[in-house]
Write a protein of this length. Structure first.
Length: 207
């Protein structure tokens, strides 16, 4: 038991160190969460847990690491191929079809690029807001979502907040979000803002 507790603390300490380094480099808590594949609640807890007089329970979360895929382009392409296959399956079932693959910054972008090529569709890019109450942005260097049936792509869905922002923003721009896909879904949800969510893997903390 002592060994397990020691390993747990070592993991927390290493995450804290990395989170503080990223904070020092100018990243927001939302961006740090994206980089470490942890929920914003976990990042907030990590950043504030050593504040004197502040005691709180660590949120239930699962640390997701997929660097073994991301370090090589052909591995990312093969992974994107699985997601593309899921998109084809889901859109054939619904019979809706789609026009545009939208990559959610930052880690959804490389997946969406390969998927766009494989599915012969347009590519759009969206950056969610980094601060609560902020506005996200669509890159003007890529396809517009206006009047398009859009498939949203991300790597990890932790709380679903980034995905919710993206769905709302696509609708505000006159697009029609029909499906969201990701590598790992850490929530229990299969639908977000009325849009189906499909993942290669579902990972949740068991309490």
């Amino acid at each position: 038991m002592r060994v397990l507790m020691c390993r747990k603390m070592t993991t927390i300490e290493s995450l804290t160190k990395k989170a503080l380094e990223l904070k020092k480099s100018g990243l927001s808590e939302a961006e740090i969460g994206d980089e470490l594949n942890l929920s914003i609640n976990t990042i907030t807890w990590i950043m504030t847990r050593n504040i004197k007089g502040k005691k709180s329970k660590m949120p239930a979360d699962v640390k997701i690491g997929w660097r073994s895929i991301g370090v090589l382009g052909h591995r990312t392409a093969m992974t994107a191929g699985i997601l593309a296959d899921i998109v084809m399956e889901e859109t054939m079932i619904e019979g809706d079809g789609f026009d545009t693959i939208l990559g959610i910054a930052i880690n959804g972008i490389p997946l969406a690029c390969f998927m766009s090529e494989q599915l012969e569709s347009e590519l759009a890019i969206y950056k969610p807001p980094v601060k609560e109450g902020g506005k996200g942005t669509f890159s003007s260097n890529y396809a517009s979502v206006e009047g398009k049936k859009v498939v949203l792509v991300d790597d990890v869905v932790s709380t679903g907040e980034s995905l919710k922002h993206t769905i709302v923003s696509v609708k505000d721009m006159g697009g029609d979000p029909i499906l969201a896909v990701c590598l790992v879904n850490k929530t229990s949800e299969n639908v977000v803002e009325g849009i189906p969510l499909r993942a290669m893997i579902r990972a949740r903390a068991v309490q």
